[in-house]
Ligand binder design. Structure first.
Ligand code: HEC
Ligand code: HEC
Length: 311
């Protein structure tokens, strides 16, 4: 009798801890953050702009730093020299109009540090200024024209890799990207397999120098994203990319302003490199279910045949 009483008490407290204390502590330590579905409610809508006027404005204002492959505009500098000048290599703008939200693009052109939620790092007292100038002197219509032009040149079929490169690739490496081919993604580009060790090392040195400049600019080296898909939930990644400051106050990562579709493409790429066996596993799951159904069928038939003999 005494043992049973003790058992009941133990079970009672175990259940209280299991259902009461642990989830409560979890909810306190990891506040649940709702996704805002990439709506950027803090930013204002953009009027429809004029593509031809936008083109002139982009050619006059943006190509001094950004390449635009879709318009045959080459990069003014190689990625390493860019990073040594700006802290980071400005992304190619070919697909910016497809993966970034219109409102965000307009707000970013007008005041990049504010749009990216990193203005606190570039205050007048800090003595630092954001590497991309603010075009807040431009009339609103001209900014809308730039957005219209960027949208007009963007590919309708941006691949997951292109979305990643434009949105994340200047800061984050991905050493498993192309691993089977002996390749990897680095902040200065896709490192292919070199025939000579000497060339491979020369490339790695450039990557290290780029990372030095980037670390100085960001305050820390952005982590490699190869297996982030396994370390973090999709919910975390979505809310973090949507607005890093809201999830991790004081983080060095800027808001990048992706559309929902752009984010899904980036996630697809992260899944492709971080979990390349997922399609195989998903298929295995279905095969396993089919196996279970057939097995159950045989088990029932067998049971029937056994019992028939007994009756
Ligand atoms: C003086 C160089 C410079 C000029 C001129 C410049 N940019 Fe940039 N731009 C940068 C740098 C550097 C970055 C990356 C900053 C970062 O990631 O911290 C950047 C980032 C961007 C991004 C990425 C935004 C994001 O959230 O990922 C877009 C879009 C962009 N620029 C558009 C433009 C447009 C449009 C113009 C012309 C109106 C322009 N830039 C002019 C240097 C420049
Ligand atoms: C201008 C540079 C920059 C860009 C662009 C950028 N990041 Fe980051 N990111 C950082 C830095 C710096 C950190 C480290 C933040 C910290 O620890 O405070 C970081 C951290 C992260 C983390 C780690 C969060 C954690 O705590 O586990 C994830 C995930 C991430 N970034 C995803 C992305 C994705 C996805 C993109 C593209 C959509 C992207 N980042 C674009 C600079 C960048």
């Amino acid at each position: 009798m005494r043992e049973i009483k003790i058992l009941i008490v133990v079970i009672f407290f175990t259940l209280v801890t299991y259902w009461g204390v642990e989830p409560f502590a979890h909810s306190q330590m990891h506040k649940h953050i709702e996704s805002e579905n990439f709506e950027y409610k803090d930013l204002s809508e953009v009027e429809k702009g004029d593509v031809a006027k936008g083109k002139d404005l982009v050619m006059a204002n943006c190509t001094a730093c950004h390449s635009i492959k879709a318009a045959n505009m080459p990069a003014p500098m190689d990625p390493l020299t860019s990073a040594q000048s700006y802290g980071v290599n400005p992304p190619d703008l070919s697909n910016a109009g497809a993966i970034f939200e219109d409102k965000y693009l307009a707000a970013f052109i007008s005041d990049p540090a504010k749009a990216a939620h990193v203005a606190h790092k570039f205050t007048p007292e800090s003595g630092r200024s954001y590497p991309m100038p603010s075009y807040n002197w431009m009339p609103k219509e001209d900014i809308a024209n730039i957005v219209a032009y960027l949208k007009s040149i963007a590919s309708k079929e941006v691949t997951p890799k292109e979305a990643f490169v434009t949105a994340c690739g200047r800061c984050h490496a991905a050493r498993y990207d192309g691993r089977v081919l002996g390749e990897k993604w680095t902040q200065i580009g896709q490192k292919s397999k070199f025939k000579f060790e000497k060339d491979s090392l020369a490339y790695d040195i450039k990557v290290l120098e780029y990372q030095d400049a980037l670390t100085k600019y960001m305050g820390k080296l952005p982590p490699d994203l190869s297996i982030i898909i396994r370390a973090r939930s999709e919910h975390f990644l979505q809310t973090f990319v949507e607005d890093p400051q809201r999830v991790l106050h004081g983080t060095a990562m800027p808001r990048v302003g992706l559309t929902e579709e752009g984010f899904e493409k980036v996630m697809q790429h992260l899944e492709n490199i971080g979990d390349p066996s997922k399609p195989v596993r998903d298929k295995l799951g279905i095969n396993f279910l089919i196996y279970m159904v057939i097995f159950a069928l045989f088990a029932v038939l067998w049971k029937k045949s056994v019992w028939k003999k007994l009756h």
